[in-house]
Design a protein around this ligand. Structure first.
Ligand code: IVH
Length: 705
């Protein structure tokens, strides 16, 4: 951000105008952050502006606005969810930014309590999780409601979604009559990255960071979507309680852990500012390896009687504060823009940067997404970065959120060299020279070289050996590159002939850098172990565009064996029965079906797949044993509102028990499960004399009550 005039130098009129400007920017940013899950201001810029607002308000208290950003906690709830008025408001935290601030915080607390500097005063210190807060209400030990923070007073009712989170207990033993547990919903780095891969495969939007992914996933109107997103929850606070949890903050957290909640293992009890700062440093050190995003350390007065006495300012408690980490942002030179070719031929621009430390990690590469992003446009043609494009030679801002691949966020036009020219995406593959084509509606340009493109071949094989695919121990991305460069493997099938071709010449491998006799022998054994493999893994491992891990399993469950699957893919064509059967699978759409059919029906691709299949013993997908299921073979219709599970879960469970789930009631229907508001389907079932059950009756029937 460009430097703003020092608040101390402002006249009253200037201060007034500046407070109005800050209110507008910050209130807008609040809305973008809380209701659209799309921050348009970095956390660091947001914090800096909020501090500036507070500084000016301190200098000109009379000018404080009715809509002062200092008093805003979040934003109004999004439409679509019912509203929940929190029994106890969900507040925000004040921030401190350096060591001296921590001492001042302790000083303010002591002053308020009338404690001398040497009286003992303990605090808890724990990571500040970068997710979104959630309040869980238990009555007599049963989860009855889950709500987001919203504006602090009124939040959104996300009960059905919260129930899908593994870390959220549905029942608690020996709980007080009323217990509201509060904490943070978040997504781990590996889960976030996997989600974005799945989103990309499905052609859906990518999430900017794990926080947005968590927020977007929790605030879904369809809880089946939330269920498919791996969310987690750390408990760190509480709202309404019919009986106290403990006498201290640390004791209360222990009690929450005893009730079955996840509590953060890095929570420590500290005896004053020095120990608090030491714990902050420790957490800062561990930050990069935690596997989830944190943005600071929260300090809380340990004694709950003292917390009660300290109470609250308008939106923040006096007994707690957040010590924020410095932003993971840095400016550096963009030395070059390289193009990487992915396994499906996508050309991805990568920024080569003068190495710079971003949040403790040296960054020399960052993603530039696609040609529109570089040009300063989003996928719909709207401006991003106010339309500023990015050029080689530019001074660029690099952003890193936890484990996530660094991104180029901004560019400083004032420092642009005169010689810098706009970036032009190549229209040929930099690797194989084939035409690179951008189809209408696709944000990326793709190499049309297919199997002849070495870059695609290598990337396909890296995918093939990946964790969710063949997962061959000792054969990772590095080895694939090495073997490809040496001409040892050109396609996946070649992996399975390595022993025959080079086994006797183990010597060759053994003499290579990084390989010894034992590791070479282990590699051949690891390859042999994977000759027997499940159908779902094989389908996923082929690396077909739009076919992710979940789709691999869906296809396997549907076709059961390799022969049926491959024959169907070879013959599926728009309108024929193989095609209709393929797209009848829940979770398979036209785009995926087309991609599968195109791949299997290209002769060279099919020949390569057949060569691979020859080396494998592909296991049939197992069908659930439904021999003693009361609903096996029955056609079931769910209608009305289900209260104890989502429609998707009900369907999946019924199918797992051998039932066929249909969307409409007909003479062929055996059973209708009707929740409140069943409407015309319920009526029709009654007319046809079809057996009807309510949700509890259904759960009792399938033995899940
Ligand atoms: S305590 C009354 N502890 O940070 C204060 N908050 O900026 C209750 N947060 O709204 C909050 N980790 O969403 C607390 N260990 C932690 C936290 C934490 C993350 C979030 C929470 C809160 C926000 C305030």
């Amino acid at each position: 951000m460009t430097a703003l005039p020092d608040p101390n130098t402002l006249s009253e009129d200037e201060a007034k105008a500046e407070l109005a400007r800050l209110a507008e920017i910050l209130n807008e940013a609040n809305t973008a952050y809380h209701t659209q899950d799309a921050p348009d201001l970095s956390d660091a810029d947001y914090d800096a502006l909020k501090r500036r607002n507070a500084d000016i308000e301190r200098l000109f208290p009379a000018l404080k606005r009715a809509d002062s950003p200092a008093d805003q906690v979040g934003a109004s709830p999004a439409e679509g969810f019912t509203k929940v008025t929190h029994a106890v408001a969900m507040l925000s935290l004040s921030n401190v930014f350096d060591d001296a601030d921590v001492g001042e915080f302790d000083g303010r607390v002591r002053k308020y309590l009338g404690l001398s500097a040497n009286a003992s005063l303990a605090y808890t210190a724990e990571p500040k999780i970068d997710g979104l807060s959630l309040s869980l209400r238990y009555e007599n030990g049963k989860l009855v409601q889950a709500a987001t923070r919203g504006d602090g007073t009124v939040g959104e009712n996300v009960t059905a979604n919260a129930r899908t989170i593994d870390d959220v207990p549905h029942e608690i033993a020996d709980a007080p009559e009323v217990l509201e547990v509060r904490g943070e919903v978040y997504m781990s780095h590996p889960d976030f990255e996997a989600l974005n891969v799945r989103q990309a495969e499905a052609g859906d939007k990518q999430f900017a960071n794990p926080r947005n992914a968590a927020a977007g996933s929790l605030r879904q109107l369809d809880s089946a979507i939330t269920r498919a997103r791996p969310l987690r929850f750390f408990a760190y606070a509480w709202g309404a309680l019919s009986a106290p949890l403990a006498e201290t903050q640390a004791g209360a957290i222990e009690q929450l852990a005893a009730y079955g909640f996840q509590t953060n293992p890095l929570t420590a009890l500290c005896d004053g500012p020095d120990e608090m700062i030491a714990h902050y440093r420790k957490i800062e050190q561990l930050r990069a390896d935690l596997g989830y995003d944190i943005d600071g350390v929260v300090y809380k007065v340990n004694d709950l009687v003292l917390q009660g006495r300290l109470g609250f300012r308008s939106t923040t408690p006096r007994w707690a504060t957040a010590h924020k980490f410095p932003a993971e942002l840095a400016w550096t030179h963009l030395e070059a823009i390289d193009i990487q070719v992915g396994r499906t031929g996508a050309l991805s621009p990568v920024a080569r940067l003068t190495p710079v430390t971003v949040g403790g990690v040296v960054v020399s590469n960052a993603t530039l997404h696609n040609e529109d992003y570089i040009a300063g446009r989003d996928s719909k043609g709207a401006d991003i970065r106010n339309g500023k494009d990015i050029r080689v030679g530019d001074w660029v801002q690099v952003y890193r959120a936890g484990d996530v691949i660094p991104k180029v966020a901004d560019v400083d036009l004032a420092k642009r060299p005169e010689t810098a020219v706009p970036f032009v995406m190549p229209d040929h593959c930099p690797d194989c020279g084939s035409a690179a084509v951008r189809e209408p509606g696709d944000a990326v340009r793709r190499c049309t070289g297919g199997l002849v493109c070495p870059a695609q071949a290598v990337e396909k094989m890296k995918h093939f050996v990946g964790r969710s695919a063949f997962d061959i121990e000792g054969l990772g991305a590095k080895q694939v590159e090495q073997f490809y460069a040496d001409g040892w493997i050109k396609e996946p099938a070649d992996i399975f002939t390595l022993r025959d071709r080079y086994g006797s010449g183990l010597q060759q491998l053994k003499n290579r850098e990084g390989w010894g006799e034992r590791s070479a022998a282990n590699l051949f054994d690891a390859i042999d172990e994977r000759r027997e493999i499940g159908l779902g893994r094989v389908v996923f491992a082929l690396g077909i565009r739009h076919v992710g891990e979940a789709a691999g399993n869906l296809l396997a469950a549907h076709y059961q064996d390799w022969q049926s699957f491959s024959t169907a893919m070879r013959t599926a064509a728009l309108g024929n029965t193989a095609w209709d059967d393929l797209i009848s699978i829940d979770g398979v759409g036209g785009v995926m079906a087309q991609s599968l059919a195109t791949t299997f029906q290209q002769d060279a691709e099919w020949a390569s797949i057949e060569r691979l299949a020859e080396h494998l013993s592909i296991q049939e997908a197992t069908r659930p044993d439904t021999s003693d299921s009361p609903v096996a073979g029955k056609t079931v219709v769910f209608t009305g509102t289900l209260e104890r599970m989502s429609r998707a879960e009900a369907k999946a469970r019924a199918e797992a028990m051998g039932a066929k789930v249909s969307g409409s009631v007909s003479a062929k229907t055996d059973l209708v499960v009707a929740g409140p508001g069943a409407g015309s389907k319920g009526k029709k079932a009654a007319e046809l004399g079809i057996e009807m059950l309510d949700e509890d009756g259904w759960l009792a029937l399938i033995g899940a009550a």
